[in-house]
Design a protein around this ligand. Structure first.
Ligand SMILES: Nc1ncnc2c1ncn2[C@@H]1O[C@H](COP(=O)(O)OP(=O)(O)OP(=O)(O)O)[C@@H](O)[C@H]1O
Ligand SMILES: [Mg+2]
Length: 398
């Protein structure tokens, strides 16, 4: 492998020398032609086999500089042997000048032919290299997609399991809740008993929230996709968390682009995603901070796509997308946790505070919209959630 890499960089450096490399190559070829000329002269002249050595610098020059290189070196070789070509040196017998012409002609043929050959070879090399890179790229894509499929299958089986468990647990929970309510109203209990009852009540509500989350997560009911204005959905989701923002001393900044295309969405589901993201931001900014919500429509760059950890194949560079960004000024997410965010039940919140289902449910919903969600840390601190939606095609006049 390392041998091949060495060969690769050698070929890269010398396949089309320029600048200093070109000067070195030309000097070496000229010296070689002159050297062979001297050798030919000192061994008796052009009638002997040493003359064939002249083809070496010609072929080398054609390899480096293609057809012009081959012809140039051939002419130079013809020039070098010209002065003593007609001479059979040891005996001083002149040779016909046509011989010189023929020799130079052969040099030219070989030079030009090898130049052509190398032009073709280099084109093939470039083509192969490009094909190889494309192959690597699609192999990477295939692997990513495979990982996503495995993940999806995993989620599906968890979903099915969860639906079963939720069903089994829901009814007993309802019985406990009713019991607590009954005891609370009918029992003329002292403060101690009341406290216990309140605790049971809170615990049942927590368990119920987890069950509801699970059911939401596993539910694969058909979505009702209707073209809608994301700005409106964001605003109504913000209205629902306004109270939390206020009590946590979080300032809100919105920059909503009113000219974005409509997007085909299930309004309730997407609102649920936005609320999950807002609540995560609120919970991350204990003691205050600022939440920024922006929308815009733009063409995606390679950099945009590079930031996606999944769903890359849904968009290509240059595609137009409606982009929603939700930024907070919280502590951000530890680097080693970034790839776990969307796992079901991944949470860093204390027991009873978070189920760890918010983001996995959100991602399932986003996936069903053929959209993509990504969360990363910002350089300035805090976390940034980005969602890319495909603009609704119905809106396109074409
Ligand atoms: N904006 C954020 N800043 C910092 N950490 C975040 C942010 N958003 C998510 N996280 C981390 O990702 C974890 C998972 O989030 P997720 O919404 O899936 O679950 P949760 O918020 O813990 O619980 P739930 O949403 O079910 O109440 C969170 O516990 C938190 O550690
Ligand atoms: Mg959450």
């Amino acid at each position: 492998m390392t041998d091949l890499q060495g060969l690769d960089s050698f070929v890269e450096r010398w396949r089309a020398p320029a600048g200093r490399h070109a000067a070195v190559a030309i000097a070496a070829i000229t010296a070689a032609v002159a050297g062979v000329g001297l050798l030919v002269y000192s061994t008796g002249g052009t009638a002997f086999a040493w003359l064939n050595l002249m083809y070496l610098p010609i072929v080398l020059s054609a390899a480096l500089f293609r057809i012009p290189g081959g012809i140039g070196a051939a002419l130079l070789a013809g020039l070098v042997i010209g002065p003593f070509m007609p001479l059979y040196v040891p005996r001083g017998i002149p040779q016909p000048a046509a011989n010189w012409m023929a020799r130079t002609g052969f040099f030219l043929i070989i030079g030009a032919f090898t130049g052509m050959l190398f032009t073709w070879l280099t084109a093939q090399y470039d083509r192969l290299k490009k094909a190889h890179e494309e192959l690597l790229q699609s192999h990477r894509q295939l692997r990513d997609t495979q990982m996503e499929l495995i993940q999806a299958a995993k989620l599906e089986s968890i979903g099915r399991l969860a639906a079963g468990v939720a069903h089994e647990v829901k009814n007993p929970l309802a019985v406990i809740q009713m019991g607590v309510d009954y005891l609370d109203t009918s029992l003329n209990a002292g403060p101690d008993v009341k406290e216990v009852l309140d605790e049971i009540d809170a615990a049942v509500k927590r368990a119920d929230a987890v069950i509801k989350g699970l059911v939401n997560f596993s539910r694969s009911e058909a979505l009702e996709l209707i073209p809608a204005d994301l700005n409106g959905i964001l605003e109504s989701a913000l209205n629902l968390v306004r109270h939390e923002l206020k009590t946590e001393h979080i300032t809100l900044e919105t920059r909503l682009d009113r000219s974005i295309s409509a997007v085909a969405v299930d309004r309730n589901k997407i609102q649920q995603v936005f609320i999950n993201l807002f609540m995560n931001a609120v919970q991350a900014m204990e003691g205050g901070g600022s939440l920024t919500v922006t929308t815009e429509q733009r063409k995606l760059s390679g950099e945009d796509l590079g930031r996606l950890s999944h769903g890359k194949q849904r968009f290509a560079a240059g595609d137009s997308a409606v982009v929603v960004e939700i930024t907070d000024t919280g502590p951000g997410i530890p680097e080693d946790k970034l790839d776990k965010l969307f796992d079901p039940f991944f949470t860093t919140k204390p027991v009873g505070k978070g189920t760890g289902l918010g983001l996995s449910v959100s991602r399932t919903i986003i996936d069903h919209h053929d959209a993509v969600i990504a969360i990363r840390n910002r350089e300035e601190g805090g976390a940034l959630a980005t969602i890319l939606f495909k603009p609704n095609r119905g809106r396109n006049p074409l």
